[in-house]
Ligand binder design. Structure first.
Ligand code: ATP
Length: 611
């Protein structure tokens, strides 16, 4: 099992030192050093790790400011990817000589100045170096890196010839915006200024002796100035060194103090949590819950990892007298104060509907934000739909159960969208997908992970939320009621086709772009293939399937205005007659004689709505 991130002391120290230089409240909240005892990793946003060593630092578009110390990376010897893309970091480039495993460096879009560090010359594994849009000066060092495939230093203040080994990179995409670079592939000839000067000299022979004298005087003058300059530099360097020494002394003292503080914090935090005495890190139950237990009970309980989602990991813990709860550790939240976090959670907890998984409790401390729900015994709809397919153990997931899921989710979304109580906020779900629809011990449909739009930092939400991405979401990166309707349409298609959508497909399995696939199927009239065999054998229910497919296609309309509101969807689904699963159909899904041709019960005319 992989040890926790930053478990190696020097890696953690290096990250903490970086954090203190950036002075960024988001990082302060999301780079925590607590190692929690539920056998999981602490929260290090943007850090990749292998066997306890840091292998990647990806901190992009985060408005980071400050300077990075030259030796900031020297202990991160396993580092292979580094990106500080699009921040406002200033100062010189750091020393990379100890990071021999680096493959990708992206420092573009910052305010780095000074020259390109020659420590980069030794990185033999480097494949991509992106330094564009900074303020780098001086010449480009003579790189001879065998694996370098991407190189960009555009829009800096670099000068001098482009080294031979780098001349194969395209001028426009690698060098543009440095007005003093010369030689191929740049349009400027390096010799042009010298050549012109020598031409001028030759054309005027009569003044050549005078010119020679002038040159001698110039040279002598230059030597004197140079000499004076050296004396001046030496003096000022000595002064600077003295100043630096003083500063360093000061810093060492401060660093030591800081290290001690952090160490003390970690130990104290842990013991405070374990003793359950910490005021601000209290486990708070949302309301009437009969299931009162303490954080200490939770910490004592054995925990099974359920999986790692986009916003944190989930654990199942059995507390006290056998009560199973799910604890979700949140990460990458908006930088919210404790009061703001609690306010948002109260808004979420106020959303009460029979088809919404209720929030039981939460835990807030600087380092940990946990949400707690009841464990849904029958798991999620994704597993129910796709799990064990084609095997003997597969229990068919029949039409009436799928229709119940469609109905339950529609009602939950309608409720979120109408948002009866708090008129001020609209809460689109934002991340509806089959793994967020759960089934309890009575197969009651419970939508989970709602309200996260209130908690998650917007740029991250844009990257990670919304499994079924609507066309306008892909452009504007904002969730809305209409993007929920799109997601709902995709969920219906997943239920009807039994196919795995492209965004939820686990590695090694090809998912389907459901909306376009079904639209094409309807257009090209191979409708028999649309429905999952497990339900299409239930012929009495075929009519209901076609009606649900029509609803799904309306929800998946490319233009958001044409998609129905959820209340309309609920009404239409309520009109679909529930047909009981008949006993003798149970075995049909395994019947090899059931070819696609034999089940083409639904002519495309019906599906296109021209009934
Ligand atoms: N209360 C619960 N009862 C049963 N299973 C749950 C519960 N909450 C979550 N799960 C399951 O635990 C797993 C991890 O959940 P999590 O919400 O972290 O990830 P996800 O749903 O895959 O992705 P995302 O973070 O985008 O929602 C999922 O398979 C989910 O269905």
């Amino acid at each position: 099992e992989e040890p926790p991130i930053g478990s190696q002391g020097e890696d953690r120290e290096a990250l903490l030192a970086l954090k203190s230089e950036f002075n960024n409240s988001f990082l302060d909240d999301n780079w925590t050093s607590l190692i929690w005892n539920m056998n999981n990793t602490p929260n290090w946003y943007g850090i990749q790790c292998l066997n306890g060593r840091v292998t990647g630092i990806l901190l992009e578009n985060m408005s980071l400011t400050g300077e990075i110390k030259a030796d900031a990376l020297v202990n991160l010897i396993e580092l292979s990817i580094l990106s500080f893309k699009n921040n406002s970091i200033s100062g010189n480039l750091m020393d990379f000589s100890k990071n021999q495993k680096l493959r990708e460096i992206d420092l573009s879009g910052n305010q780095f100045d000074g020259s390109i560090s020659t420590s980069l010359l030794s990185l033999n594994l480097l494949e991509s170096l992106q330094l564009q849009d900074n303020r780098l000066t001086g010449s480009i060092p003579d790189f001879h890196l065998p694996n370098l495939r991407k190189f960009n230093v555009s829009n800096n203040d670099l000068s001098g010839p482009i080294p031979n080994a780098l001349q194969s990179f395209n001028y426009n995409s690698s060098y543009e915006g440095n007005k003093d670079l010369c030689g191929p592939p740049s349009p400027t000839d390096c010799d042009s200024t010298n050549t012109e000067a020598s031409k001028a000299n030759n054309s005027n022979g009569s003044t050549s002796r005078f010119a020679a004298i002038l040159i001698v005087v110039d040279v002598v003058g230059l030597i004197v100035i140079f000499f004076l300059f050296i004396v001046y530099c030496k003096k000022s360097r000595r002064l600077k060194k003295q100043m630096e020494r003083l500063e360093r002394l000061n810093l060492v003292v401060k660093e030591e103090e800081k290290k001690d503080e952090t160490q003390i914090e970690i130990t104290e935090e842990r013991s405070r949590i374990i003793q359950g005495e910490q005021e601000k890190g209290k486990l708070t139950f949302m309301d009437d819950h009969e299931m009162q237990f303490e954080l200490a009970d939770l910490l004592k309980a054995s925990a099974d990892g359920l999986g790692k989602g986009n916003f944190g990991s989930c654990y199942k813990a059995v507390v006290n007298d056998g009560l199973a709860v799910v604890v979700k550790r949140l990460r990458d939240l908006k930088p919210l104060s404790s009061d703001e976090f609690v306010k948002q959670l109260i808004l979420i907890a106020d959303l009460k509907h029979p088809n919404l998984l209720p929030l039981l409790a939460y835990y807030y401390s600087n380092d940990e934000k946990l949400l707690m729900n009841r464990f849904a015994l029958n798991g999620n709809v994704y597993n129910r739909l796709h799990g064990g397919k084609g095997t003997k153990d597969r229990i068919p997931f029949r039409w009436s159960s799928r229709l119940a899921v469609a109905r339950g989710v529609a009602r939950a979304l309608e409720y979120l969208h109408l948002n009866h109580k708090s008129q001020t906020i609209v809460v689109p779900h934002g991340n509806l997908k089959s793994s967020n629809v759960l089934l309890d011990e009575n197969n009651m449909v419970l939508v989970s992970d709602y309200g996260f739009t209130l908690l998650v930092a917007p740029p991250l939400a844009a990257q990670r939320m919304t499994s079924y991405k609507s066309p306008e979401y892909q452009t504007y990166k904002k969730v809305s009621r209409k993007s929920d309707v799109w997601s709902y349409g995709c969920l219906l298609l997943e239920l009807l086709t039994g196919r795995i959508p492209i965004n939820s497909a686990p590695q090694g399995i090809n998912g389907v772009e459901l909306c376009s696939w079904v639209h094409r199927a309807v257009r090209e009239e191979w409708t028999a293939e649309i429905f999952d065999v497990e339900i299409s054998v239930q012929r009495v229910a075929n009519n209901g399937m076609v009606r649900l497919l029509q609803i799904a296609l309306k929800c998946c309309d490319k233009s958001p205005e044409k998609r129905p509101e959820m209340s309309e969807v609920v009404r239409e689904i309520d009109n679909i007659k529930v047909v009981a699963n008949s006993e003798d159909e149970e075995d049909f899904s395994m019947d090899p004689s059931l070819t696609d041709d034999s089940i083409s019960a639904t002519p495309s005319l019906v599906i296109s709505g021209e009934e």
